[in-house]
Design a protein around this ligand. Structure first.
Ligand code: NDP
Ligand code: GDR
Length: 373
């Protein structure tokens, strides 16, 4: 029998990689996408199947985590073997601006899904994965953080995710549901949203190298994170639902770098070395040396990164470092993609985009038409 999976957040970074992964495993994949005024499916367009084609195995349903009847109807129609709840207002800084919406979608949205599964009598057959987060640790109580480390959330996003974490545990204990939490540390890729710090850096530096922008404005560059690759992490999301008993797992690399180090490594891809001067709100990064031809717009002495306090958060999570030993011991999971490989992939992608824009800007569309003819 073909297994059916339902993914909330299929149009997001993780949802797109998970959909690919499950389709490769032979699953019938159903995804919930939101109605928006412009198209929001660019991450999964390569998976799109014509609704008229036979043998389809990818189906998209309009829906929203704030809409109980809609979620209940979709689950009733699909009757999924596995539900992956990846949908969320996932930006920590934005959650300070939209705390109530974040709580509705990230916390109560999770409850709505669990309740729909139970209400439809599927609690013994449908397995549930909850996208929990290292942000739960917030003001960290122990280094590195593992499954038993106490939580201290530091943002409306993290507090909403704390509710979601515990309601998944509660449905497991109260109703015997196969529900589990993946406590995932930051994971990135070329598909990462453009306003998260890693993508902001790889995209910003690529644009600056090609003369499309002058300077990258950053928040707290001392912040320390444990960054992995999204492809490695979605594999573990699936593995967590294939066990005899549901359990919660930390997924991380066990290595930590600062935002400043991420900038240095990304700049190195372009052949640029940087000198950081000042600290706090005065800090800036100055080009020391340019090698090769990947950054034609830059020369020594250019200031390409400055701190802008508007990106500081009302409460910051200064340091996160995960201990993924339980995932390794129980499931044999280890990350396969290194930070350097991931930065290379992100830089190659964003530099390619920047070059295209720079070429079009310089020569106009007419040149492209001439080449075509
Ligand atoms: P993204 O922000 O890339 O994707 C979020 C997805 O949720 C998008 O498909 C988005 O739709 C959808 N969504 C947002 N609001 C709603 C809503 N009201 N109803 C239905 N769907 C909605 O996140 P990631 O892929 O990076 O992360 C996936 C999950 O994992 C999230 O829950 C996130 O909080 C969590 N997480 C992420 C980590 C990371 O480092 N990436 C680490 C730990 C946890 P649209 O495309 O229309 O915006
Ligand atoms: P985070 O990711 O808040 O950890 O949440 P983000 O990339 O936004 O920030 C990481 C760290 O970098 C600092 N920072 C900046 N961040 C952004 N976005 N923009 C800046 O200009 C900037 N300058 C410095 C931040 O202050 C922070 O310390 C991500 C999301 O994917 C969550 O959904 C997920 O739960 C967690 O990772 C684990």
């Amino acid at each position: 029998m073909t297994k059916k999976a339902l993914i909330t957040g299929i149009t997001g970074q993780d949802g797109s990689y998970l959909a690919e992964f499950l389709l490769n495993k032979g699953y019938e994949v159903h995804g919930i996408k939101r109605r928006s005024s412009s198209l929001n499916t660019s991450r999964i367009d390569h998976l799109y199947q014509d609704p008229h084609a036979s043998n389809r195995n990818l189906f998209l349903h309009y829906g929203d985590l704030s809409d109980t009847s809609n979620l209940t109807r979709i689950i009733n129609d699909v009757r999924p073997d596995e539900v992956y709840n990846l949908g969320a207002q996932s930006h920590v800084a934005v959650s300070f601006e939209a705390p109530e919406y974040t709580a509705d979608v990230d916390a109560i949205g999770t409850l709505r899904l669990l309740e729909a599964i139970r209400f439809l009598g599927l609690e013994k057959t449908t397995r549930f994965y909850q996208a929990s987060t290292s942000e739960l640790y917030g003001l960290v109580q122990e280094i590195p953080q593992k499954e038993t480390t106490p939580f201290h959330p530091r943002s409306p996003y993290a507090v909403a995710k704390l509710y979601a974490y515990w309601i998944a545990v509660n449905y497991r204990e109260a109703y015997g549901m196969y529900a589990c939490n993946g406590i995932l540390f930051n994971h990135e890729s070329p598909r990462r949203g453009e306003t998260f710090v890693t993508r902001k850096i790889t995209r910003g530096l690529s644009n600056i190298a090609q003369g499309l922008e002058q300077c990258l404005y950053m928040g707290n560059m001392d912040s320390l994170r444990d960054w992995g690759h999204a492809k490695d992490y979605v594999r573990m999301q699936w593995m967590m639902l294939q066990q005899d008993n549901p359990q919660d797992y930390v997924i991380a690399t066990g290595k930590q770098y600062s935002v400043r180090q991420f900038i240095e490594k990304s700049a190195a891809y372009l052949g640029i070395t940087l000198r950081f001067e000042g600290n706090g709100v005065d800090e800036q990064a100055i080009v020391e040396h340019v090698e090769g031809d990947l950054a034609p717009a830059l020369k020594a002495g250019d200031v390409i990164v400055r701190v802008d306090p508007r990106y500081f958060r009302p409460a910051e999570v200064e340091t996160l470092l995960g201990d993924p030993s339980k995932a390794h011991q129980d499931l044999g999971w280890l990350p396969e993609i290194t930070l350097e490989e991931m930065i290379d992939e992100m830089m190659a992608h964003d530099l390619d985009q920047a070059r295209r824009h720079a070429l079009l800007k310089e020569h106009g569309f007419d040149v492209a038409l001439q080449v075509e003819s």
